[in-house]
Ligand binder design. Structure first.
Ligand code: AMP
Length: 198
């Protein structure tokens, strides 16, 4: 039984590679099991490889629902997972991120490379602009993100990132810690001109 209220759908960003440490794949599998146990749908990029594939396989085999969103070009590269509850094929990476955001009520980031960092930064930038007010958690598995977090502190010290915006990223070493922080997140909400949202 979870000690927090479950989200309806969580969008997970994570690597299309498995990484060097077994702990990364184990973390993706743990997250899949946890979200399935909570009755929370997984929304993700729809891939069958790496941490993405491990997350989806684990959620599905634990009885969870998994929704993939993938551009046709990636489907053509045969990296699409074939056993998802739903797969949405879109025209571009931009459309994919917008759809994944629209489907979800929270974001959770696991170790990954450029794609994961792009998605993380976009989720936080859109929150900063008031385009959405969804929590964004980062599971710092085995300290993978330590140097990124140190860089964010540097960006605050250099006054290029506001401390209140730095706090939008909810970091934890344990999954339960990240999920609890996401659950109790109070959005830093500022009205934004409608033209930025549309
Ligand atoms: P990366 O962190 O560079 O491995 O990219 C992973 C993230 O970018 C995922 O959350 C996906 O949404 C997207 N992505 C990048 N490469 C792929 C791929 N080969 N298959 C599926 N999604 C990918």
């Amino acid at each position: 039984m979870a000690d927090y209220v479950a989200f309806r759908r969580v969008c997970v960003f994570c690597g299309s590679n498995p990484g060097r440490r077994a702990a990364y794949v184990q973390a993706a599998q743990q997250l899949g099991r946890q979200l399935a146990a909570d009755g929370t749908d997984v929304v993700y990029g729809g891939g069958c490889r790496g941490l993405m594939g491990a997350l989806a396989d684990s959620a599905i085999s634990s009885g969870g629902r998994v929704i993939g969103v993938m551009p046709q070009a990636l489907v053509d590269m045969e990296v699409a997972h074939r056993g998802l509850s739903e797969m949405h094929i879109v025209g571009s990476m931009h459309e994919r991120k917008a759809k994944m955001t629209g489907f979800s009520d929270a974001f959770l980031v696991l170790p990954g490379g450029w794609g994961t960092m792009d998605e993380l930064c976009e989720a936080l930038t859109w929150a900063q602009l008031g385009i959405h007010n969804k929590p964004c958690g980062l599971w710092n598995v085995e300290g993978y993100f330590d140097s990124l977090l140190a860089f964010l502190d540097h960006a605050v010290a250099e006054e290029l990132l506001k401390a209140k915006d730095r706090k939008r990223l909810l970091v934890g070493k344990e999954l339960s810690e990240v999920l609890a922080a996401m659950r109790s997140y109070v959005p830093v909400w500022e009205p934004v001109p409608a033209k930025l949202r549309d």
